[in-house]
Design a protein around this ligand. Sequence first.
Ligand SMILES: CC(C)(COP(=O)(O)OP(=O)(O)OC[C@H]1O[C@@H](n2cnc3c(N)ncnc32)[C@H](O)[C@@H]1OP(=O)(O)O)[C@@H](O)C(=O)NCCC(=O)NCCS
Length: 138
Amino acid sequence: MDISFKVNHPITTDQFIGLLESSTLGERRPIHDRECMEGVVSNSNLLISAWDEDLLVGIARSVTDFHYACYLSDLAVHKGYQRSGIGKRLQSLTQEQLGPLCKLILIAAPAANSYYGQIGYTHNDRCWVLDPGATIGN
Ligand SMILES: CC(C)(COP(=O)(O)OP(=O)(O)OC[C@H]1O[C@@H](n2cnc3c(N)ncnc32)[C@H](O)[C@@H]1OP(=O)(O)O)[C@@H](O)C(=O)NCCC(=O)NCCS
């Protein structure tokens, strides 16, 4: 399989949604909210993509300051291409764009929860999420 990898190569919202669907990650993302999907694609600042010729087969989409924290928001590989090293390569290439002190941070999908420990991530039980609409109180 001859897969090419690109750094910050533009993709369309439809290509992004198509990959979410073909990877199964679409089940966990608001793919029917067009405004949200367009905002997601146009406001990422680190995008590594994997291509089989003109077909987008993998993506690592992050939001980062490049020096301290990189939030890897979407990691997805097309079902027909999974478990052949593309996910790992997308993450290595993401890491290569970051400074030496920069951490990669993500929230695992339930089906991929054991994946990250196997490839070198450490689990952090002090990670917290404020859901949309939740009120800050005391
Ligand atoms: C999870 C995902 C990104 C991994 O990418 P990938 O290209 O399939 O994975 P890789 O080929 O880099 O896998 C490396 C290793 O992890 C293992 N692995 C892959 N997916 C796994 C999973 N879901 N759970 C546990 N281990 C997994 C592989 O077997 C492989 O092990 P090996 O090197 O001993 O053979 C991909 O399977 C995917 O898109 N899944 C559906 C969407 C999803 O859950 N995304 C993650 C959101 S947090």
